[in-house]
Design a protein around this ligand. Structure first.
Ligand SMILES: [Zn+2]
Ligand SMILES: [Zn+2]
Length: 137
């Protein structure tokens, strides 16, 4: 009773008049050769519905991409506040991660945010140091 091997009686879910050659490796839907979707020729096929779902899941992280450089930029601005050491540390970490995530399109256009965030944090650290020295001195 395995869904991995096609049965003789099963017909394609999308084409009822066509005998199924495979069952979907994910949901078990029967499909004909015209409905097969594969990542590689030797891979087990998926049904069109699961294929769409998989493609969307793979693309999903990119849609969340822009948030991080924006947070990094905001933290960079906040780290200009005197004695905002904790914010500066968080800003450096977030901007380095954002810098790494904007290495490839479509997030590449947001890379300036990570660079600006890091630059602002650097200014904030120097500025904070000068303010601290003035208070101590
Ligand atoms: Zn499926
Ligand atoms: Zn079919």
């Amino acid at each position: 009773m395995s869904t991995e091997t096609p049965t003789e009686s099963a017909s394609c879910a999308a084409h009822p008049d066509v005998i199924a050659s495979w069952a979907c490796g994910r949901c078990g839907t029967f499909m004909c050769p015209a409905c097969e979707r594969r990542m590689r020729p030797e891979a087990r096929p998926m049904c069109p519905a699961c294929w769409d779902l998989r493609t969307r899941t793979v693309n999903a992280p990119e849609r969340h991409g822009p948030a991080l450089p924006i947070i990094g930029l905001i933290l960079g601005v906040l780290s200009l506040l005197p004695a905002a050491v904790l914010i500066q540390i968080v800003a450096v970490v977030v901007n380095i991660i954002a810098f790494g995530r904007t290495r490839e399109p479509p997030n590449q256009s947001l890379r300036w945010m990570a660079i600006a965030g890091l630059a602002l944090t650097g200014v904030g650290v120097v500025w904070g140091g000068i303010v601290a020295m003035m208070f101590v001195g």
